[in-house]
Design a protein around this ligand. Structure first.
Ligand SMILES: [Zn+2]
Length: 467
């Protein structure tokens, strides 16, 4: 009896252990990427209108206070990214003028002329200049007027947020820079004076903060489609060979296998970019979706855990009176923000498990050029190393993970802070000499030869593509 009981106990313990293991595997929380700070310069175009007693346009139309919107936006993106993105406003320019138009006929609005356009413009009775109707501001002039390239080149600011009260013709998201630009949500602006990419957002301060997040979602979609995964799942034939494509699927574009959808089309939508019917966030039908699997990214369960989703039910988003608010929060919550890389690109191409990082600044994903200067065996299973940067990368922090699969076995660990830690976050990117201690599991100091291998195998931000 006792013996039998003992066996039973063992079996139970094994069962518990097994179920614990399974439980752990299914609920394994991925590690959120190390937080980054991005510095923002705000430029507000808010003309005083002479015919209205020099009141500001924003006052005349009852716009929101842009500093309140900025605070809400920063807090929202920080929360939705699990503290990954920390925007910090470093400067604010108020301009008593209408944003300059890009046109060939030399037209510029007077402030009163713009106010007339603002109040009276309709398709039937156009009161605005044609170029304004075409929504083309002169970004190069705005960049120059506000010395934005200098601010970016000197690392004073990493991106720019423009505000107007509507009608001035900003793109929701657009990129400027010297070359290798891509379409975030507007035609890129070639700006030779800028030495690196400059993201510029166009916000309308008559609208609530969810519209700022809406624009950011377009920037995510544009970046991932055009510069990272090279797959455009928003338009026919709705490709989904990459994890990004799978994330974006809706029941309309991939019946029975919806992912998380996209800004204008939640996964249970019946519309798409061709047929329209967008923004039906309160659609009462459900989609068979595996979106919640992306909370475990990149360890997507196989087969997927399908759920029938719509707003207002477990696993779905909040219904918010037909608005986009609940869906945006839910979608951003599911956008991967985790450390490391995975073969989630087309054909198994290596990509970051943090898609926010690509969106904030693709250049963060470049691998810096490193020169190892010295390496000395410390006889404790590690090396003391010294290296220098060859160039100034885009900013930090950067997580080092050194991947080495042969034959010294793995992984090399670069650790400036403590012995045998498996990662280190570099917070300073100034050129200069840096020292570190490298520990190898093989218990010996790497040679210069193996260092060059290690160097090229540094996995910092994944494999480039758009740059
Ligand atoms: Zn939109």
């Amino acid at each position: 009896m006792l013996k039998t009981k003992g066996i039973k106990v063992i079996i139970s313990a094994l069962t518990i252990l097994t179920s614990l293991f399974i439980f752990q595997k299914q609920t394994k929380a991925a590690t959120v990427d190390s937080p980054i700070v991005r510095k923002v310069w705000v430029v507000e175009y808010d003309p005083r209108i002479p015919s209205e007693g020099n009141q500001r346009l924003s006052q005349l139309v009852g716009a929101y206070n842009p500093s309140t919107l900025v605070d809400q936006y920063i807090n929202e993106l920080k929360a939705r990214s699990s503290n990954y993105i920390n925007y910090q406003v470093v400067g604010w320019t108020e301009r008593d003028e209408v944003a300059p138009l890009k046109n060939t006929d030399g037209f510029e609005y007077t402030k009163d002329g713009f106010w007339d356009c603002y109040q009276n413009d309709t398709i039937q009775n156009p009161a605005c200049h044609e170029a304004e109707n075409m929504r083309e501001v002169d970004y190069l002039e705005m960049i120059s007027d506000n010395t934005l390239c200098a601010k970016s080149n000197q690392y004073t600011a990493d991106e720019v947020w423009f505000f107007d009260s509507g009608h001035m013709g900003f793109s929701e998201a657009v990129m400027a820079g010297p070359s290798n630009l891509y379409h975030t949500n507007g035609p890129p602006v070639t700006a030779p004076a800028c030495q690196r990419h400059l993201h510029m957002m166009g916000f309308n301060q008559t609208r609530t903060v969810d519209w700022m997040e809406h624009s950011f979602m377009h920037r995510i979609e544009g970046t991932l489609a055009h510069a990272v995964f090279f797959e455009e799942p928003r338009t026919p034939p709705y490709p989904h060979a990459s994890d990004w494509g799978k994330f974006m699927m809706t029941k309309q574009t991939w019946p029975g296998n919806a992912g998380c959808g996209l800004i204008h089309f939640p996964p249970n939508t019946n519309g798409n970019w061709v047929i329209g019917n967008g923004d039906d966030y309160n659609n009462t039908t459900t989609a068979k979706s595996y979106c919640n699997d992306f909370l475990l990214y990149p360890d997507l369960p196989d087969p997927p855990n399908y759920q029938y989703l719509r707003c207002g039910i477990t696993g779905g988003w909040n219904c918010t009176g037909g608005s986009q608010v609940g869906f945006i929060a839910w979608w951003l919550d599911h956008l991967p923000k985790f450390k490391g890389t995975n073969p989630g690109g087309i054909g198994g191409a290596t990509k970051l498990s943090n898609w926010w990082r690509y969106t904030v600044n693709y250049n963060l994903c470049k691998i810096p050029v490193m020169n190892l200067t010295t390496w000395v065996n410390d006889n404790l299973g590690g090396c003391n190393i010294t290296w220098s940067w060859q160039s100034t990368p885009e900013g930090g922090p950067y997580d080092f993970q050194v991947d080495n699969s042969n034959p010294l076995t793995s992984p090399y660990l670069i650790n400036l802070s403590k012995y045998n830690s498996n990662s280190y976050t570099v917070t300073s990117w100034n050129p200069g000499i840096y020292s570190a201690r490298v520990r190898t599991n093989a218990n010996f100091c790497i040679s210069s030869n193996s260092w060059s291998t290690v160097d090229t195998n540094i996995v910092s931000c994944g494999v480039g593509g758009g740059e």
